[in-house]
Design a protein around this ligand. Sequence first.
Ligand code: ADP
Ligand code: MG
Length: 481
Amino acid sequence: MIDYNKYEAVIGLEVHAQLLTESKLFCSDSAAFGGAPNTHVSPITLGHPGTLPRMNQKAVEYAVKLGLACHCEIAAENYFARKNYFYPDLPKGYQVSQHTAPICVGGHVAITTAEGERNIQLNRIHLEEDAGKSLHDQEPDNTMVDYNRAGVPLVEIVTEPDLHTGDEAYAYLTALRRLVRYLGVCDGNMEEGSMRCDANISIRLKGATTLGTKVEVKNMNSIRNVKRAIENEVKRQIELVENDGTIVQETRSFDAANGSSFPLRSKEEANDYRYFPEPDLAPFRLTAAFLAAIKASLPALPDELVQLYTTQYGLPEYDARVLCDDKATADYFAQVIAVSPQYKAAANWLLGPVKQYLNEHSIGAEQFPLPAASLADLMGLVESGKVNFSIASSRIFPEMIQQPGKKALEIATALNLLQDTNADNITPIIDEVLAKYPGKVAEYKAGKKGLIGLFVGEVMKRSQGKADPKLTNQLLAERLK
Ligand code: ADP
Ligand code: MG
């Protein structure tokens, strides 16, 4: 029997994130995803002789944004280097990268797991260009290459070997993806490959302080698959060691279909990249003014918002986390409470009817058709006691989405849904209800005061939710004296 608990896994993650710039890192070719193969490709992307790269300032801005949000130190002096290797998807025969001198150093990303909150330490964030794409499934005997992706700006975000479980990796990648989306620097889409993760994994006996031999696992196309790949690799390594085997430093590819991995290459086949400073690009310096402007442009980040919502707005931690899960929802919430500062009511609407609508239509909050001011208007109608929440959410809310120009009160009036505050209408219903439950009335009179709820509920039902609950309670209490 293998005692898996004797061991501790040590994991470092390398994430490549495509930056959402319009053009490529060193030329004006489109950096958009997709497009017919080899249409976003000028001689500069292909590195033809005589062409010269030119730095994309937006990419630098985005890298710095991410660096500041991750509490990194930002390097003022920067340059790029050539990483030389041959591969068909690399048209120039080298990749231009900041591998030797990253723009962002250190920093951390906060994660929350079942064990609580913790900072995952970063080693660096650096800029580099993406490679093209080899397509093996277009023709039976040939591999095709699409260079559209070549030269698209990437940041590589590298952690220290600071993670220990698949769950931590899952939480880290979720937090990182949320962050790049908040900042608008990357769409965070792992399925399309605009965010890609390689996991470096080793094991050691619990309590040991030295690092074991690492294995790098690649080709996971979702956060869930990164977690699966890590759990599978940790298990493989423990079983190997327990069976007197030796872990070799290698790169493996994860196969999501059967949940295991196979070796791609070993350390012996590793390249000597012959780094040297890119001679065609001048080193560049970030001025204090440039950094200050970026700092000033940073939006409120999810962790700060959760803090604000729980401490200042008194929202439960759960509500705050769900609201801040994506920026569009948080922005919408902010717009609602700007008009109507009923924090908990706004949260209930967003976590309830709005979220349900978004799920049913498979859209994000940015595509939600009802303006925030209209939702605030509807909340006001509930607050004033003119309709109850149940009627507002089930009847008026869908109607408002159909007719976004109309006021909540107009719709409620047109649909005859306004709460009845007229005692002359409610009293007869009360009499009907009391006549129907003589036994319960006797019990109530004998002291079982909780039964008032039953009577109120029955009156509400018979009035189709329109009887004003406060008035109903009053009238009932009088009738039952
Ligand atoms: P490489 O140059 O091979 O990419 P690095 O030293 O730059 O290697 O590290 C790459 C990633 O691997 C980093 O995230 C780092 O934290 C992680 N790492 C390094 N050594 C180990 C190890 N022994 N076990 C687990 N992860 C490791
Ligand atoms: Mg690596």
